[in-house]
Design a protein around this ligand. Structure first.
Ligand code: SR1
Ligand code: MG
Length: 400
């Protein structure tokens, strides 16, 4: 391809056929477009023997908004490079990119056809005991091995430049840290909670803490983040989790990836009483709290073990420093989890966990709980000493 052109189904099939041996000669191919992709053009290309691949192409705009929101196609390069880097450090839980074309801004990925979107599975009340341990490993390995603990000062600075992602970061900066705290036209606020949402616009104490979290997002390039680690960007089957959709990747605060995932577990937790009957809701909430506890516990144990064993910079081997570092990651993660709860409630992009709740009154109750819990996590993040205290805050807010 000599210049960028948006694929149609035939061109997606040709792209897959040209860049993969998978289909062999003379396969009869079909291409089906995914219509639920927020940002990009995604096709499943399949032959008549059931073999399939995913073709994903960045559009020069935000797909679900349209051409009125132009967006860089360089996000495809970022996504391919982040997934390749993360797969180096955690291959078992990172989707495989088979080929990337920088002119077409398109990639060929393995098709995990038997896997399901984690958010949808949690909404359906499914439980996966392998979720927390596997995501803890993904987070610990991808974030530790791209941090100052391992990368030399010079190498990491070059990587920070390579992964500069200003347009995608601006979306997160606006949606997480700016829009929810003012009367922004992008916000999506249900009338029944408008008064609660308005209180955010005038809450100076909260806005000061959100500003600190935003400032760190802007200027704390600790490790190569996925940058959008929510439960719709994790695929899961009965044995394995796989992370995909890494176009928001950049070097940022480690607590942002941890907090995004934690925040999405808490969104589903708050939705449970409105999604399931009382007994199922209680069981699902107990599962989610257990997964949240294991996620942090196992992440921090793995990260500590890696710091002890693999740190390359003598100055960063100091055990007191390492303890303080992880303590700060926990505090950051609590704050970013709070930001995710709030922005998914009043911001442009909601979460199906709440939007799937048919009863408007129950949905509004979940939204109010999310705003309240989100604020508490942000305001109390420095005082929460461990995951148990954080989860007690969650339990209390649920009944508060
Ligand atoms: C305009 S992009 C909106 C959201 O979709 C992605 O999944 C990220 O969560 C982003 O915030
Ligand atoms: Mg996605």
């Amino acid at each position: 391809m000599s210049e960028y052109k948006t694929f149609n189904a035939d061109e997606a099939m040709a792209f897959a056929d040209e860049h993969s041996e998978l289909f062999g000669d003379h396969s009869k191919l079909t291409a089906a477009e995914f219509d639920d992709a927020n940002l990009n053009l995604v096709f499943r290309v399949e032959n008549d023997k059931g073999t399939s691949l995913i073709v994903k192409q960045a559009l020069p705009y935000v797909r679900f908004v349209g051409e009125s929101w132009p967006l860089t196609t360089d996000r495809a390069r970022i996504e391919a490079e982040v997934l390749k880097m993360h797969r180096r450090f955690c291959p078992e839980h990172t989707v495989e990119v088979r080929y990337f074309d920088p002119v077409a801004c398109a990639m060929l990925m393995e098709d995990l056809k038997a896997f399901r979107i984690l958010r949808n599975e949690l909404i359906a009340g499914k439980k996966f005991n392998h979720l927390a341990p596997q995501m803890a490993k993904y987070l610990a390995h991808t974030l530790f091995f791209t941090s100052d603990f391992v990368m030399s000062s010079e190498h990491k600075k070059a990587e920070v430049v390579r992964f500069l992602n200003p347009e995608m970061c601006l979306i997160s900066e606006d949606l997480f840290f700016t829009d929810p705290y003012c009367n922004h036209e992008r916000n999506n606020i249900e009338p029944s909670i408008l008064e609660k949402a308005k209180s955010l616009w005038h809450d100076d104490a909260l806005k000061a803490e959100v500003a600190m979290l935003k400032a760190d997002f802007l200027s704390k390039p600790q490790a190569l983040l996925h940058g959008s680690l929510h439960s719709s960007n994790i695929l899961i089957d009965d044995e394995t989790c796989k992370v995909f959709d890494a176009e928001f990747g950049f070097f940022g605060p480690i607590g942002f990836d941890v907090g995004c995932l934690l925040g999405n577990l808490l969104l589903n937790y708050l939705a449970c009483p409105s999604l399931h009957d009382a007994e199922d809701a209680a069981e699902q909430q107990a599962f989610l709290l257990e997964q949240a506890e294991q996620l942090w516990q196992q992440f921090s144990e793995l990260f500590t073990e890696l710091m002890n064993r693999e740190t390359q910079d003598p100055a960063l081997e100091n055990s007191l420093y390492q303890q303080r570092f992880l303590r700060q990651v926990f505090s950051d993660a609590a704050g970013y989890a709070g930001c995710e709860l709030i922005r998914r409630t009043v911001g442009l992009v909601h979460a199906a966990d709440f939007d799937n709740i048919g009863d408007a009154g129950k949905r509004a109750g979940c939204q109010r709980s999310a705003l309240k819990l989100g604020r508490e996590l942000i305001m109390q993040r420095a005082d929460l000493n461990n995951i148990s205290q954080l989860l007690n805050l969650v339990r209390y807010q649920q009944t508060g």
